[in-house]
Design a protein around this ligand. Structure first.
Ligand code: ADP
Ligand code: MG
Length: 694
């Protein structure tokens, strides 16, 4: 047999006990190499009962016949007697003794045991202990022989790792493979962390930390290892984000878009209202960034309905005034379509040419828009993630606005940066990211660490309060009867349901769906009202058509899925009814509720659902989006170990250390940083677009 030296990149079939069949099972868990196996960390640990004497076990079992120990007990001793009871269900019966007492052991259907156990064998038994006719008894206990074996290895009284597993590949089997591979694999782990940092933060060596995660002696041991691995993750991401920022600041050139008084005046004349002082301030911050030759990277935070679109329009008009292109990236097609509709109205009579690029465009239309964007024949391109597709390029893209950032992360921004211009490859666009979701400071620091932040706090004037009511499904019909005369009087409503149609096998048939609900309303409580359907399976033309009819008042209400959740702006809509409200998250409900109360009349939001706790309602009223954006939504690979809530202190340290390192060695050229650089490029090179670092 050829003895191939083990490498971390070796295929797992090299691990003892992993054959071609189990290899497939491991692959399903994303484990392909020895290194993957090493990085498959326990999700938790179980503490097995410590070993005790037989007298202690006796004390743990009640006095009456039939009473049992509360859990598994481990007892060590010597086999005093052993016999096999023949019969249809052969039984091995034994007694085990230590200095303090004796316990009866019974095994059913285990005739092979008599090969292994003899009178005089010593071993460890683990199992439930019960009282049977006055004796202590264990039925089918686990037997571990101790004869000659080192004591430590036999003990189960330790933290046992529990691994993410599948039905066909249990945690115990994974543990066996890991135990088999650890002695060979640990010495192969190279530690990318420079010695000085390891000393500064008292970090255990990397290989040793992996060993301790898999085989911790105790909880402190495991916690120390976890801290090391979490630090690595946090530090690496910080380093990536900071290096990116450093390089952008230093090397990236952006088109200068200075704001002159005449331009400012012309822009304001186009906007359909006067900007609030908050909007004014934010526009000034943006204009200052845009005037500089370095690319802007700014996050605009403002609650639902705070008027972020007008700020985006201001910036995009400024780009247009300089003859440069701007792109607006929206999270949904319906929102992209709405932006095109409202911005087109604003642009009437101007020379600004606007185009829409979404995934459902017909091939011919798409090709036309793509060609026009590349040729510079469009000034503004509004679209969805279709803007990020390969083959989409611009002639001179100076500004990118990303609406509702929680759907778009660092990675997408990097993609857009690449597309700005074929002639000026070194030039990067200014980027404005907008979000209604308050981003927690920790996450802002971590994932959006490369952004400056502006905030709109005050809502535009003429904003009306929204009353929220939570009602039970039994009163649903009453709600629509209450709504009917209001619609008759010219008010407009959104009615939100969770599914499109219950014929869809994926959907839960107990839920209200657009098709059935609309038919029911039409035949029942909203008879005679003009209702439209809105959901993601409509074609783009159908959607635009429905929204236009709703906007103009040709429809009284639309029955919709959550496609209307983000950004939809119809100031005449006063009521939103949400069916099965209990199925939506607070952030979603907050967004949905933000669809009303945008005009002169007060809004009403009716949540129909199983009675919610007062607590939930209060949270919705007071805090707004109770759920904050998660790291998952950032578009970056998730952390395996680090936890942004638990590891906040560690994050601060990692940030400081990453900043110091970037100062010291921004190209990671020093030999002691070579490994770190490799690991960084491997983990984040693509997601962060770190090509210029590497
Ligand atoms: P969001 O921040 O949620 O994107 P929008 O930009 O959609 O908010 O604005 C919400 C509503 O407020 C829109 O109907 C918009 O026309 C209106 N609006 C925005 N700014 C002003 C303003 N300065 N004065 C009056 N109405 C405004
Ligand atoms: Mg918006």
């Amino acid at each position: 047999m050829i003895d191939t030296p083990l490498k971390l990149s070796s295929d797992i079939s090299l691990v003892a006990g992993i054959g071609p069949r189990s290899k497939l099972l491991y692959q399903r868990l994303g484990i392909h190499t020895v290194g993957d196996l090493l990085k498959h960390l326990p999700m938790r640990y179980e503490r097995h009962l410590d070993e005790g004497s037989i007298a202690q076990a006796d004390a743990m079992v009640g006095a009456e016949d039939g009473s049992k120990s509360a859990g598994v007990i481990a007892v060590r001793g010597e086999i005093a007697t052993l016999r096999v009871q023949p019969g249809p269900r052969p039984r091995v019966e034994a007694t085990l003794e230590d200095e303090t007492g004796r316990v009866r052991l019974v095994w059913f259907n285990a005739p092979w045991l008599k090969q292994k156990i003899h009178a005089g064998s010593t071993g460890l038994v683990q199992g439930e202990v019960k009282r049977f006719r006055g004796y202590l008894e264990m039925v089918n206990p686990k037997w571990t022989p101790l004869d000659g074996a080192p004591e430590r290895d036999a003990l189960d009284a330790r933290l046992r790792p529990i691994y993410p597993a599948t039905e066909d590949l249990a945690s115990g089997r994974i543990e066996k493979s890991i135990v088999a591979v650890l002695p060979g694999a640990i010495p192969l782990v190279q530690d990318p962390m420079p010695e000085s940092l390891r000393a500064l933060r008292a970090l255990a060596p990397l290989g040793e930390s992996y060993r301790r995660m898999h085989q911790p002696v105790d909880e402190d041991d495991m916690r120390g290892a976890r801290r090391r691995l979490a630090y690595d993750e946090l530090f690496l991401l910080q380093l990536g984000v900071m290096l990116k920022r450093w390089h952008l600041r230093r090397s990236a050139v952006a088109k200068e878009l200075p704001l002159r008084a005449a331009i400012d005046e012309r822009i304001r004349r186009r906007l359909p209202f006067q900007l609030t002082s908050d909007q004014d301030r934010v526009c000034a911050e943006i204009a200052k960034d845009l005037a500089a030759g370095q690319p802007m990277n700014r996050l605009l935070q403002g609650d639902v309905g705070s008027g972020k679109t007008a700020v985006a329009a201001y910036a995009m008009l400024l780009a247009a005034a300089h003859g440069a292109q701007a792109a607006l990236l929206a999270p949904t097609e319906i929102l992209a379509e709405q932006h095109v509709a409202s911005l087109s109205r604003m642009l009437e009579g101007s020379g600004v040419r606007i185009g829409l690029l979404t995934g459902t465009l017909k091939a011919k239309e798409r090709a036309r828009v793509v060609a026009a964007a590349a040729a510079g024949e469009l000034d503004w391109v509004i679209g969805t993630h279709a803007l990020l597709a390969e083959g989409v390029h611009f002639h001179d893209l100076a500004l990118v606005v990303i609406d509702e950032q929680h759907r778009f992360g660092v990675a997408q921004r990097a993609v857009l940066r690449e597309k700005s211009s074929r002639e000026h490859v070194a030039r990067a666009p200014h980027v404005l990211v907008m979000t209604a979701t308050p981003i927690p400071r920790t996450l802002a620091l971590t994932v959006f660490g490369d952004l400056d932040v502006s905030t709109i706090k005050m809502a535009p004037p003429g904003r009306s309060p929204v009353t929220t009511r939570w009602v039970t499904p039994q009163t649903s019909t009453e709600i629509y009867r209450w709504l009917d005369p209001q619609l008759a009087a010219g008010d407009r409503a959104f009615i939100v349901v969770p599914a499109i149609d219950s014929q869809n096998p994926d959907s839960d048939s107990a839920l209200a769906d657009v098709t059935t609900h609309l038919a029911w309303l039409q035949a029942g409580p909203l008879h005679g009202r003009r209702l439209g359907a809105m959901h993601g399976r409509l074609s783009a033309e159908e959607r635009v058509h429905v929204m236009e009819r709703f906007r103009s008042g040709a429809l009284d209400a639309i029955v919709a899925t959550t496609v209307i959740e983000v950004g939809v702006d119809v100031p005449e809509a006063t009521v939103i009814v949400i069916e099965h409200a209990e199925r939506f998250g607070l952030a979603q409900l907050h967004q949905l509720r933000g669809r009303v109360g945008r005009g002169a009349k007060p809004g009403t939001c009716i949540l129909i659902g199983e009675p919610a706790t007062d607590e939930a309602l209060k949270r919705l009223e007071i805090r707004g989006p109770g759920e904050l954006v998660g790291a998952r939504q950032s578009g970056l690979p998730p952390f395996r170990v680090a936890d942004l809530v638990r590891d906040l202190d560690l994050l601060r340290d990692a940030r400081r250390d990453a900043a110091d390192l970037v100062q010291q060695d921004p190209l990671l050229e020093k030999p002691e940083h070579a490994l770190l650089k490799r690991k960084l490029l491997h983990s984040y090179g693509e997601a962060l677009g770190l090509a210029d670092v590497g």
